[in-house]
Design a protein around this ligand. Structure first.
Ligand code: URA
Length: 203
């Protein structure tokens, strides 16, 4: 095998995606791990398989990538941005609270949001059954019954449990942004596209 004109005999060699790779004089296309965004509809589950519900991977065409997984699940009844990749280090940077990657949600609430509720969410709240407070969140009031909530962790049902902890709850939840990656408004629910180089490198 030739990589940028030099002979490489070790098949475990790390090859840059930009490299010119040739085998027996023919150009070979080197596939990266794959990076996608998907607009998740209600009723679709973020799992590799499920006995009952359609999964995000059922919405995928046959993509020629190994180890594709979801970088941060959404609940069955949550809509919006889901990132899918085969790159475990990249998804770790998206998901681990250590990297403080912001996830932005729009939540529709059954009860009006109060200033006191906003203060508590911004300070961090104790979730039922846990012994550490959530990291401080950013909250923007859009209407009496609608907020933008930005969090850097991904605890189980975190947004719903945070709103419950301040005496409200969530009737609809949508994720619009992860880090610098914004859900592409041209994607209809159920559609996906590959991430751009800039989007991949922003994480
Ligand atoms: N928080 C929730 O409660 N549900 C989600 O789907 C995502 C964040």
């Amino acid at each position: 095998m030739q990589v940028d004109g030099a002979t490489v005999r070790n098949s475990a060699e790390n090859i840059a995606e930009s490299a010119l790779v040739e085998l027996d004089g023919e150009r070979v296309v080197v596939l990266g791990p794959g990076y996608f965004m998907l607009h998740k509809p209600i009723g679709v589950v973020c799992a590799n398989s499920d006995p009952e519900h359609e999964t995000v991977f059922d919405l995928f065409n046959d993509e020629p990538y190994d180890d594709l997984h979801v970088a941060g699940r959404l609940d069955l009844d949550t809509t919006g941005l889901v990132l899918i990749t085969g790159d475990g280090k990249w998804s770790h940077r998206v998901m681990s609270p250590r990297f403080k990657c912001e996830k932005s949600y729009i939540a529709i609430l059954p009860e009006a949001i109060t200033e006191r509720m906003i203060e508590k969410l911004e300070e961090g709240v104790m979730l039922q059954g846990e012994d550490t407070k959530t990291a401080p969140a950013k909250v923007e009031k859009i209407a009496d019954d609608e907020i933008r909530l930005i969090i850097t962790e991904g605890r189980y049902h975190q947004v719903k449990r945070m709103l419950a902890a301040v005496g409200n709850s969530v009737s609809e939840l949508h994720r619009e942004k992860i880090g610098e990656i914004v859900l592409d408004e041209s994607l209809q629910p159920g559609e996906y596209r590959a991430l751009t180089e800039d989007e991949i490198n922003s994480v």
